[in-house]
Design a protein around this ligand. Structure first.
Ligand code: SAM
Ligand code: SF4
Length: 332
């Protein structure tokens, strides 16, 4: 990586930024109750979305600045037309060593092989329930069998590891956590349990379902012997391995035990706004530069300026009313 500066991108709190989550659309074919309001269609217009050329330019600038890992997300990234073409362009960039995808898997059976061929290494799939009716309730009408087909296709295509993201909600799906551990163990998937975050009105309305994962870990450790494990890739999950198996369970606890001191990421929204933190408004609009003829050097300089804006931490607990954007806008 000839252009990578030795120290890479370092924020004001001495954290190295080496991971960018790229949202390719704010639209979605599901309406998870903690994420998007039912019937919501106030999306950005497609001409506000960055084109594939523009996304490739921004990601290229990040890789020259030392970023090695990109995750495609949304909204639902697989509703963006020709997503594998974008994946192929990004995975060809020098310096990129890990391209992954977050998806609800509704359309994954159709795209898994093309994504793998395009250089996507691994997928994270949202799955909050294994009961078709409950799944439909949580997702605003989603069809569980499509997700299960998508998961089979991911495995068959060699996308690995597959990680299941389950938002754990009290009185909604907390009785299914053990069943989800068994489901993942049978298929060699990693399970990640997530605490509900107060993102947008939907996230805040779901706060009545908030479940402190410290209590869930306690409950699971009465049933399974949980051995602390290493978190590969420096992500936010605290991992445990179930003794006597290869099954790993990660706990993502932004509320009960935040992990901001090791935050290594920023998020590019579909409209080209770079968000410095999921729970704060610090941002930098890159689209005007991209459409105003900025040079690569100017783009890199803008990214450095943006990284200087990164706040120390979110305030989900202290100021839950703060973030008005839905999770689907910033890309989870
Ligand atoms: N549509 C894709 C999916 O569902 O995986 C990618 C985007 S989605 C916004 C990314 C992740 O954000 C999902 O795992 C979802 O469960 C999570 N998420 C959305 N709203 C949330 C909230 N209020 N609190 C916690 N997690 C949330
Ligand atoms: Fe769509 Fe993902 Fe949000 Fe669910 S969590 S509504 S699948 S963007």
């Amino acid at each position: 990586m000839q252009n990578t500066p030795k120290n890479g991108l370092i924020d004001p709190y001495a954290r190295r930024i080496e991971y960018v989550r790229v949202s390719v659309t704010d639209r979605c074919d599901l309406r998870c109750n903690y994420c998007m309001p039912k019937g919501f269609d106030g999306f950005h217009e497609p001409d506000e979305w960055l084109s594939f050329d523009e996304i490739e330019r921004v990601v290229g600038a990040f890789t020259r600045l030392g970023v090695e890992r990109i995750r495609l997300t949304g909204g639902e990234p697989l509703v963006r037309h020709k997503l594998p073409d974008l994946a192929a362009r990004l995975s060809a960039l020098p310096g990129l060593r890990d391209l992954s995808l977050s998806t609800n898997a509704v359309r994954l059976d159709k795209y898994a092989v093309a994504l793998k061929a395009a250089g996507v290494g691994r997928v994270n799939v949202s799955l909050d329930s294994l009961d078709p009716e409950r799944f439909a309730q949580i997702t605003g009408g989603g069809k569980l069998h499509k997700v299960l087909r998508g998961l089979d296709a991911a495995r068959a295509a060699g996308l690995a590891p597959v990680k299941i993201n389950m938002v754990a909600m009290g009185g909604v799906n907390d009785d299914e956590i053990e069943a989800m551990v068994a489901f993942c163990a049978e298929r060699d998937f990693t399970l990640r349990l997530i605490e509900t975050m107060p993102m947008g009105d939907t996230g805040r309305n779901a706060s009545g379902q908030y479940l402190n994962l410290q209590t869930v870990r306690q409950r699971l450790s009465e049933r399974f012997e949980l051995i602390p494990d290493i978190a590969p890739g420096g992500g936010p999950a605290r991992y445990y391995r179930v003794a006597g198996s290869q099954t790993r369970i990660g706990f993502i606890t932004p509320i009960s035990q935040h992990f901001c001191e090791t935050c290594n990421r920023v998020r590019l929204a579909a409209d080209g706004t770079l968000y410095m933190c999921l729970g704060q408004d610090h941002s930098y609009a890159l689209r005007p530069l991209l459409r105003g003829g900025a040079s690569d050097a100017e783009l890199e300089s803008a990214i450095r300026t943006a990284i200087d804006l990164k706040p120390e931490r979110h305030e989900f607990r202290e100021k839950p009313e703060k973030v008005i954007r839905f999770m689907s806008m910033t890309g989870g």
